[in-house]
Design a protein around this ligand. Structure first.
Ligand SMILES: [Fe+2]
Length: 390
């Protein structure tokens, strides 16, 4: 009986993985299907029911406390046994796959990326202070593993050998997935701005999802207009901005001097050397990014902004040394030891968060700074300061 309980528990989680992985893949197929991701939570709630259902069905066939007669169970309930077996294998395979992916990821990355320091901003003081949200955030923050209490500021150093004459260092601040909402204190967004300015960045690069609601666009204008970067502030929109008619967002950001890189490439001069910044809002907006990237001279230094990390596997990476992305929120919620289940990427946990190396290009997927939801289990908020040594 105990063996049966363990097998059924593992197997029902295995089916949770199968359902969520299929959902991730279907949702990543087109923009219209991406909302399916929201239904992922249903599987989480269905898992205990599946476990109980199987237990009620198979436990009469297993009278012994430890011993399990597999052949007897298979003979008497073939269909359920096969489903249990598939779930069990899926769970084991997914755990092994994740461990291998993680290990392989770290081997190449550790040589190129170093985490120099980590600071954090206490978020509790910015939680909603009125209405029901005040209590929801307070209760949610007590849930073990919920990471809404702190915003981590990671300072990474990456080495990309280049032959620049007058620069050997570029400091980039990467911000993504702000998901501005009025229920969170505006002081949270002001704190992010002051923390970014304190870093003295050369470039500030945004990879979209500025707002949850288009009516709030005006709120961020006075806050973001205080951002300062020596060589400019550049952005692309995310799916949420585009769904809510990105025009007011783009206009507001352009009014305060941000440069919109929708399918475009811009040359930026730093101490007499040229680097190129490019951006794409695909798959949500069709653009000429492939043609425009092809026009960049050979052996140039190019940084690409793309809301979804999946674009790195779709377009030629010639000259692109660094890709910055968001979109996945690290899965938003993860299970301890098992990782996130719902990741809005065709590549699942490979595009969860952090640095990924692909065809000699480095991809950084940030979990973002969105405090719009009171639940982020095992998925801390983050803002990255990336020092590129060239
Ligand atoms: Fe987002």
């Amino acid at each position: 009986m105990i063996v049966l309980i363990i097998i059924l528990a593992v197997s029902s989680i295995g089916w949770l993985y199968i359902s969520c992985r299929s959902l991730n893949r279907i949702a990543a197929m087109s923009d219209k299907l991406i909302n399916l991701i929201l239904f992922g939570g249903i599987f989480l709630f269905l898992t205990p029911f599946l476990f109980v259902f199987w237990l009620l069905k198979l436990s009469p066939l297993s009278s012994d406390l430890f011993f399990l007669n597999f052949r007897e169970i298979l003979n008497q309930n073939f269909f359920t046994s096969i489903l249990v077996l598939i779930g069990f294998i899926a769970f084991s395979a997914e755990i092994i796959r994740r461990k291998i992916v993680k290990k392989l990821k770290s081997i190449g990355i550790n040589k190129k990326v170093q985490l120099e320091s980590t600071k954090y901003i206490d978020c509790v003081r910015f939680f909603p202070t009125t209405s029901l949200w005040k209590h929801i955030y307070k209760i949610a923050s007590l849930i073990p593993g919920n990471k809404i209490n702190k915003l981590y500021l990671h300072n990474y150093k990456i080495v990309i050998p280049e032959n620049f004459k007058n620069i050997n260092h570029i400091r980039i601040v990467h911000l993504t997935d702000i998901h501005y909402v009025r229920k969170v204190s505006s002081k949270y967004y002001e704190k992010i701005v002051s923390a970014v300015n304190e870093c003295n960045p050369d470039l500030i690069l945004f990879t979209g999802d500025f707002f949850q609601n288009p009516e709030t666009v005006i709120d961020l204008k006075p806050i973001f207009s205080k951002l300062k970067a020596k060589y400019g502030i550049y952005f692309v929109c995310g799916n949420h901005d585009i769904w809510h008619d990105g025009k007011p967002t783009v206009e507001m950001l352009q009014e305060i001097g941000f440069v919109h890189l929708a399918g475009k490439v811009k040359a930026v001069e730093i101490n007499g050397n040229e680097i190129y910044l490019a951006g794409t809002e695909r798959p949500w907006i069709k653009d000429n990014i492939v043609k425009n990237l092809a026009g960049i001279p050979d052996n140039s230094f190019v940084i690409l902004l793309s809301h979804t990390p999946d674009n790195i596997r779709k377009y030629p990476l010639r000259n692109i040394k660094l890709v910055l992305s968001g979109h996945t929120h690290g899965g938003q919620n993860a299970l301890p030891g098992l990782g996130p289940l719902i990741i809005p990427s065709k590549y699942g946990s490979a595009h969860e968060s952090g640095f990924v190396e692909f065809n000699n290009s480095l991809l950084y997927i940030s979990r973002g700074v969105a405090l719009h939801s009171p639940l982020r289990t095992m998925c801390p908020l983050e803002l990255a300061v990336i020092d590129v040594e060239v």
